[in-house]
Design a protein around this ligand. Structure first.
Ligand code: NAD
Length: 350
């Protein structure tokens, strides 16, 4: 996948994880040098199997909570794609302190290191959880509610730090608010697994997946290859063009958006498909897809459990801003993504 990042040196934090490892493979495909910083809290070495055979790849096993490690990792890098964090709303409710240390202190360490090293742009994983309890749909970047979990707070605080560092030190920052990303390598195991790999894994074992709530909740599921595109565009669009397009976007949205201060870039963008899918529909699609390999899966019924604390009922992104400003286009539909994802889990027998 080539969206213009070539022959650069890029640090990917959290590179042994689901999203990070996919970003690394795409960057290596385009002859970039890639440094991965990860402490393997949730990441896996298998995710880096291909990368490790590439001479342009360097792995640093280390923790973003250690400032010296961050300084060392970013040395000589043109860009940072900061993905390292402890994901999951329930995890942050069970242990808010560790999520805060990693997601906020670790984030600021990395941002500071990037600024000190003079990186050209710091692109980071933000989250749709920042919209909190605001019920307006679709979600537009400047309208957010109260946070519903410690995880959501950490991700919002990161955005505030990014904007502040940009204003004070001039570092360019781009926050990508991911909406329910899915695809190859997403971990199906453990209490904090995401819904799609969890459903796939249960169905493949002929177990009934449990839907939290009545299944009418909706999410804007986003295939990993769309996320790769967004990250690469976040790196490549030159500053002058970005400022020009932001100004035009601001005009078209009646000045509702908060504009970056002159000369600094500190923007956030939704990264999604712009389509709502209910959990019931998702379950049906997955069953249909997996039944192609194992017809018995068609007869498995879903069970319904309690709604989870900190979860919102509906989530749907406006992707107008990222399309207009970065030129993003979600090329891969949910159906295509689900098909590819099921293929991958079947092939890898996960
Ligand atoms: P993941 O758990 O697969 O990847 C996170 C990676 O960060 C792992 O490899 C983990 O080992 C690493 N990490 C954790 N703590 C670390 C530390 N202290 N030092 C160094 N590395 C550390 O999760 P993911 O789904 O790939 O998520 C990547 C990013 O995207 C995260 O910031 C997450 O909050 C954000 N995000 C993900 C989604 C989604 O749907 N997957 C949605 C919104 C935001």
């Amino acid at each position: 996948m080539n969206y213009g990042v070539k022959h650069k040196k890029v640090l990917v934090t959290g590179g042994a994880g689901f999203i990070g490892s996919n970003l690394i493979d795409a960057l290596l495909e385009n002859d970039n040098k890639v440094v991965c910083l990860d402490n393997f809290a949730t990441g896996k070495i298998e995710n880096l199997k291909d990368a490790q055979n590439n001479p342009n790849f360097t792995l640093i096993k280390g923790d973003i909570r250690n400032r010296d490690t961050c300084m060392k990792a970013v040395e000589g890098c043109d860009y940072v794609l900061h993905q390292a964090a402890l994901g999951s709303v329930p995890r942050s409710i069970a242990d808010p302190i560790t999520s805060t240390e990693v997601n906020i202190v670790g984030f600021v360490n990395m941002l500071f290191a990037a600024k000190e090293a003079g990186v050209k742009r710091f692109v980071y994983a933000a989250s749709s959880s920042t919209y909190g309890d605001h019920t307006a749909l679709p979600k537009v970047e400047h309208v957010i509610g109260n946070s519903l979990s410690p995880y959501a707070i950490t991700k919002y605080v990161d955005e505030l730090f990014a904007k502040n560092f940009s204003d004070i030190y001039g570092i360019e920052t781009v926050g990508l608010r991911y909406f329910n990303v899915f695809g190859r390598r997403q971990d199906p195991n453990g209490a904090y697994a995401a819904v799609i790999p969890k459903f796939i894994s249960s169905l493949m074992k002929h177990e009934s997946p449990i839907i939290n709530g009545d299944g009418n909740n909706t999410r804007d599921f986003t295939y990993i290859d769309n996320v790769i595109q967004a990250n690469q565009l976040g790196i490549t669009l030159p500053k002058a063009k970005l400022v020009e397009r932001l100004k035009q976007y601001q005009k078209e949205t009646s000045g509702l958006m908060e504009m970056s201060d002159e000369g600094t870039i500190a923007e956030v963008f939704n990264v999604a498909c712009g389509k709502a899918t209910s959990l019931n529909d998702l379950g049906r699609e997955l069953k249909n897809e997996l039944a192609k390999y194992d017809p018995a899966i068609a007869d498995i019924e879903f069970q319904f459990g309690l709604s989870r604390q900190g979860d919102v009922s509906h989530s749907l992104a406006s992707i107008k801003k990222i399309k207009f400003v970065l030129g993003y286009m979600p090329k891969f539909s949910i159906q295509f993504g689900l098909q590819k994802t099921c293929d991958w889990y079947i092939k890898n027998n996960i």
